[in-house]
Design a protein around this ligand. Structure first.
Ligand code: SAH
Length: 240
């Protein structure tokens, strides 16, 4: 089964962009996933091909018209989940990405200007999703974020070297820090435990650092996982 992505955008030329390079690009060439873009403007019906109009109630900017958005969504709708990029949406998580990557693909609706007429969320099974607490000028970069995160999880894309199981967010923790040669660089030496060859000790150290760094940088992750993330991985003895 191939993961099929359909992107609805006013700027289809932006794609594949970075998704055409490196891991995602190779997987696209090899047919592990497919990428279709549709120009929302092609679904406008008036002679000016307008996709937006002024906001009801007044205010700055323009709002994407629900009839045009619906026609665009209907043109690609099948069993795949439909996500609309908006800062008002549910924040994207690695868990959600895993769920999406395990499915048939995804339909992504990219906003511009002030965003979507809210009625599209009632009239169609489209879920608002955010890629973070900041405002972009368009949904396209967000769509690329979602696709990049999904594609690297598709079977065969990352290769055996990286199962992704130990990565940030997978256990409700940030990943432990990494080091590589040279052993000493600018007077800083790689932590000795990592050079000890003692796998249990290394696993315990990595877990401790993961917990410590998560506490420091992302206490919200610890909170969200109810502290369960503090349990060390099996086989790792925690030094007291
Ligand atoms: N007026 C809107 C922001 C519009 S930004 C508001 O305040 O909520 C224009 C478009 O960029 C949006 O329609 C959306 O598709 C995209 N966008 C901006 N920030 C985003 C974010 N954090 N996550 C996902 N999409 C975003």
């Amino acid at each position: 089964m191939i993961f099929r992505a359909s992107v609805l955008t006013l700027y289809p030329d932006i794609f594949p962009g970075p998704l055409g390079t490196s891991l995602a690009g190779r997987a696209l060439e090899e047919g592990t996933w497919s990428l279709e873009t549709k120009n929302i403007r092609d679904f406008a019906t008036d002679k000016h091909r307008s996709v937006d109009d002024t906001p009801a109630g007044g205010g700055a900017g323009m709002v994407l018209k629900p009839d045009v958005l619906a026609a665009a969504l209907d043109s690609v709708a099948d069993h795949r989940p439909m996500l609309a990029l908006t800062p008002r949406g549910t924040p994207l998580t690695q868990e959600r990405v895993r769920g999406l990557a395990a499915g048939e693909g995804v339909v992504l609706l990219c906003g511009r200007f002030e965003g979507f007429d809210e009625r599209i969320f009632e009239a169609r099974a489209v879920e608002p999703v955010s890629v973070g607490d900041y405002v972009l000028s368009g949904g396209e970069l967000g769509a690329m974020v979602i696709l990049d995160a999904c594609v690297r999880l598709l079977p065969g894309v990352m290769g055996a070297a990286s199962s992704g199981e130990e990565e940030s967010f997978e256990q409700g923790l940030l990943e432990y820090p990494h080091y590589t040669r040279p052993v000493t660089w600018e007077g800083r030496t790689i932590p000795e435990v990592l050079r000890s060859g003692d796998h249990a000790k290394i696993a315990a150290w990595r877990h401790e650092r993961a917990v410590e760094d998560t506490r420091l940088r992302r206490p919200d992750l610890i909170e969200r996982h109810g502290g369960a993330s503090q349990a060390p991985p099996s086989g790792a003895q925690r030094k007291k």
